[in-house]
Ligand binder design. Structure first.
Ligand SMILES: Nc1nc2c(ncn2[C@@H]2O[C@H](COP(=O)(O)OP(=O)(O)OP(=O)(O)O)[C@@H](O)[C@H]2O)c(=O)[nH]1
Ligand SMILES: [Mg+2]
Length: 329
């Protein structure tokens, strides 16, 4: 059993207690939830120590079931992939339950999103503003209540920050990466065809060009080495943003085309996931799966809130199929 221990094991975790249901209807007569800024969310999420030093972040993962790690830069769509998968899987009879003691009791924001997780997932709005989902461990249970896997969704800058591309991963991610971790891991790396990263400036105040950011992201992904049991899925996210008809066959994305283009765009990104087994590599040269994905459609209101409409079930179905395949592999 692997445990990434909370700093203070005796800490009493507060479960529940929030009256705020996370859903917000602008036309409702119900009192509006207090307006929070990203700084307020950070204040509720991290202790003072953690805010000063990301390496002080402690998480607890004491369930030995496999971990699915959504790995991608900020804004790449990790939260929306989790939201879409939650809606799809619950429709299929699975249950998705936040793991409440993943974060310690000082993380009031985590307790709040645990309480309101379902309403956030089924809201007509993408999580954001007051309701940001930024750091979650969610268990996927079958209809008998057995845990199939746990999905980790963490802030993108913990995985990759273009301003500091060579900074080591935070300690909690390093613990998860550690080869002695007993949980099977499925790395779900997010890539995007035609990715146009947000403008970033380096420590000297110079603009970092987007090609450089992509190269640095590839190097980040390459820092994850596959052990014998590790598997990977490359999620080619936001395929709906690509309008080129040659990328689609009817309504469905042409997986081969997307994979080809991603291999070219993010040179070397698949390198650590070649099958090196001398017997099987001839008929199965890769240890990863590649899945085109879209969470759905987003429209931004004047207020800045994003309305969200789920897309074709085909996308979460294919992603879940890939996860199950890698769990069994
Ligand atoms: N077109 C399109 N846009 C998407 C899709 N999924 C997410 N987005 C957009 O990307 C934005 C960011 O998505 P998130 O899921 O919050 O990204 P994230 O990776 O969790 O970001 P961090 O938590 O900051 O690391 C959303 O607000 C949407 O505008 C998708 O499938 N298609
Ligand atoms: Mg997120």
């Amino acid at each position: 059993m692997s445990t990434l221990q909370a700093k203070n094991q005796d800490e009493e975790f507060t479960l529940g207690g929030s009256n705020y249901d996370g859903d917000f209807n602008p036309n409702s007569s119900k009192p509006k939830p207090p307006i929070q800024t990203p700084i307020d969310v950070d204040d509720e999420t991290y202790s003072d120590e953690e805010k000063v030093d990301v390496n002080k972040i402690r998480v607890r993962v004491d369930d030995p079931s496999p971990l699915v790690l959504l790995f991608g830069p900020k804004g790449s769509g990790k939260t929306m992939a989790l939201v879409r998968l939650t809606r799809y899987l619950e429709d299929q009879g699975y249950q998705l339950e936040p793991y409440r003691i993943f974060r310690p009791s000082h993380d009031k924001h985590y307790q709040k999103i645990c309480n309101s997780y379902k309403s956030l997932c089924y809201s007509n709005y993408a999580p954001g503003g007051n309701d940001v989902i930024n750091f979650m461990l969610v268990k996927v249970l079958d209809k008998y209540g057995r845990t199939i896997c746990q999905i980790l969704e963490a802030p993108g800058e913990h995985y990759f920050d273009a301003r500091f591309p060579n900074k080591p991963f935070p300690t909690y991610i390093q613990q998860i990466i550690a080869q002695n971790m007993s949980n099977k891991r499925i790395w779900a790396f997010i890539v995007q065809k035609g990715w146009n990263p947000d403008k970033e400036t380096n420590a000297n105040g110079e603009d970092i060009d987007s090609e450089m950011i992509q190269t640095q992201y590839v190097q980040r992904v390459q820092q994850i080495h596959s052990t014998r049991r590790d598997r990977a899925i490359f999620i080619c996210h936001k395929v709906d943003e690509n309008k080129e008809s040659t990328l689609f066959i009817g309504d469905r994305p042409n997986t081969k085309r997307f994979k080809h283009d991603i291999r070219y765009q993010y040179r070397g990104i698949f390198n650590n996931w070649k099958n090196t087994n001398p017997l099987t590599k001839w008929f199965k040269p890769e240890k990863f799966l590649f899945v085109p994905f879209s969470a759905g459609a987003f429209t931004t209101e004047e207020s800045g809130r994003q309305q969200y409409i789920t897309g074709d079930d085909w996308y979460p179905r294919m992603l879940w199929k890939a996860i199950i395949k890698q769990l069994k592999n």
